[in-house]
Design a protein around this ligand. Structure first.
Ligand code: SAM
Length: 232
């Protein structure tokens, strides 16, 4: 399957295993991942955020319940909310989720905003788990016709070492542990190159929460604009 489907499938497998109840997808674009996640009925609140309202609006009504879902409501109601907003801004409604996904988002932020994004995500939203995927620059020489970045809107592409350095630093600052994995294997079985899309799976460090973790003030922030919501 194409790489983007493998990334969505990675998230779906994680959701099946860990059964989060509240999930937010940052940089949700046309809500493709949300349309897959809405079938996992352990989820009670599914939120999508993108800075670009037109890309959300393009297909957002596809998240509406099917007629059969009105006729046979699930035991747990499912709420879906879509917001226009920037992941570098704090928004009270995104605090305390079980899972935050950031699939091919971070490389679209100007490098100078990455630190601010890390603080908002890990310090303020402070979810139990985070999945971050981003291109692995070490893999680019294996991609036919790829000179420079994989996409013109990418502000940077990190090598494995760059990504791991960023991830380990946010773990240290905000009290998380991270596992590195990815999707898209190198054809040569050369493990030193790593995956085509590199993925970090972060979990709150049970030994550190509440101790030396950087704490956030509980300011009442509202920066997102609601575009769509539906209750199943
Ligand atoms: N996550 C989707 C996927 O995997 O198919 C879409 C990834 S797309 C390459 C990156 C998305 O991030 C775009 O829809 C873009 O509008 C969004 N984005 C870029 N900067 C953002 C920001 N500061 N806040 C929220 N979304 C942003």
């Amino acid at each position: 399957p194409p790489l983007y489907k493998q990334r969505y499938q990675f998230v779906v497998e994680f959701v099946k295993r860990h059964k989060p109840k509240k999930v937010v997808d940052l940089g949700c674009a046309d809500c493709s991942l949300l349309r897959k996640l809405k079938f996992h009925r352990d989820i009670e609140l599914l939120v999508g955020v993108d800075i670009d309202s037109s890309v959300i609006k393009h297909k957002m009504y596809a998240l509406a319940p099917f007629p059969s879902e009105y006729l046979k409501p699930a035991d747990q109601p499912l709420t879906i909310e879509l917001y226009q907003g920037s992941v570098t801004e704090k928004e009270l409604r995104t605090k305390g989720f079980d899972l935050v996904t950031c699939i091919e988002l971070i490389e679209h932020l100007p490098l100078a905003e990455v630190e601010r994004f890390s603080e908002v995500l890990f310090g303020y939203m402070s979810p139990a788990a985070v999945i971050v995927s981003t291109p692995n620059a070490d893999f680019n020489p294996l991609l036919p016709g790829c000179s420079g970045f994989r996409h013109i809107d990418h502000k940077f592409e990190w090598t494995k070492t760059d990504f791991q350095n960023w991830a380990l630093e946010v773990c240290r600052l905000y009290g998380y542990v991270v596992e590195f994995t990815g999707v898209g294997k190198a054809p040569s079985n050369d493990e030193s190159i790593g995956f085509c899309s590199q993925i970090g799976v972060f979990r709150k460090d049970p030994y550190r929460s509440g101790t030396s973790v950087r704490c956030e003030n509980l300011e009442n922030t509202s920066s997102y604009k609601l575009l769509y919501d539906v209750v199943y």
